[in-house]
Design a protein around this ligand. Structure first.
Ligand code: MLT
Length: 273
């Protein structure tokens, strides 16, 4: 049975919100959003991908319309939620596409449950754990949100998330992302920052990957720059890397046209194997 369209179901002691669209027997692609966004960041990809794939985009716990639950957030918990959603939907194997934190979740899921995934798209992400400096910055962010609230945090965040040129060409998209951040709860943002601080590296597993992997990164990504993508590509046998022009960290939002061309090419190559 399919739960077509927008749904909420109980998984792992919380309620998870997801969209399930596209043909019944097509290959399954699951989109995992970045921090601190939600599944709507994939709207422009879902629109085109449903032609050839069954497409699932879901909200990570605490974001969008998914409940936060009571457990401490961790990448491992987010992976359990993903597997719980796949089990509920009776999806044996899927392709994953994760941006930034979505990529951290995808890499951890593939390391721990390799048999459940048959292709991977890593967007604007990295495999390293936080450096001591990054951990300290996240702690400062938690404190600053507590003191100054989310509006200031949203204004600061978009400066890092978008390429400088997007502040001229993509003002409406920046406004939408700011709104998403301001509509997220302070608690969920802080709990996720702790989860990011505690996350483990996934670089040592890259050489074990045998599935097709595409790596996409915005030319102007300051958070997970093209050099990080090149390092991952070196270690993943047979992987492809494309730099998305006119984009920063949110390459799928800033340049959906180029991003979609690359992802569609990749899916056709995977299907023809
Ligand atoms: C994201 O876009 O998910 C975040 O930038 C990830 C991070 O802060 O490490």
């Amino acid at each position: 049975m399919r739960y077509l369209g927008n749904n909420r179901i109980a998984v792992n002691n919380h309620t998870i919100s997801f969209n399930d669209e596209g043909p019944d027997n097509a290959p399954v692609m699951i989109f995992i959003h970045g921090f601190p966004l939600n599944k709507t960041m994939w709207n422009k990809q879902v629109e085109v991908m449903i032609e050839n794939c069954r497409v699932i985009a879901y909200d990570i716990r605490g974001f969008g319309n998914s409940d936060a639950g009571t457990e401490d957030f961790s990448i491992e918990l987010f992976v359990d939620d993903l597997l719980g959603l796949m089990d509920f939907l009776k999806i044996e194997k899927a392709m994953l596409c994760g941006l930034s934190m979505g990529g951290y979740i995808a890499l951890n899921a593939i390391e721990n449950f390799p048999k459940r995934f048959d292709a991977l798209v890593l967007c604007d992400t990295n495999c390293i754990a936080d450096t001591p400096e990054a951990k300290e910055n996240r702690m400062k962010t938690i404190e600053s949100i507590r003191k100054n609230g989310l509006e200031q945090y949203a204004n600061e965040s978009v400066k890092n998330l978008f390429a400088p040129e997007s502040f001229v060409t993509n003002m409406e998209k920046i406004a939408v992302v700011k709104k998403i951040i301001m509509n997220t709860s302070v608690q969920s943002i802080s709990r996720t920052l702790y989860a990011l601080i505690r996350r483990k590296e996934t670089c040592t597993n890259l050489t074990n990957l045998t599935i097709p992997v595409l790596i996409l990164v915005g030319r102007e990504d300051k958070i997970t720059p093209p050099e990080a993508a090149r390092q991952m590509q070196k270690n993943i046998k047979g992987s492809k890397l494309n730099i998305i022009e006119h984009a920063g960290h949110l390459s799928n939002i800033e340049n959906p046209y180029e991003f979609n061309i690359q992802i569609e090419k990749f899916i056709s190559s995977v299907k023809s194997k």
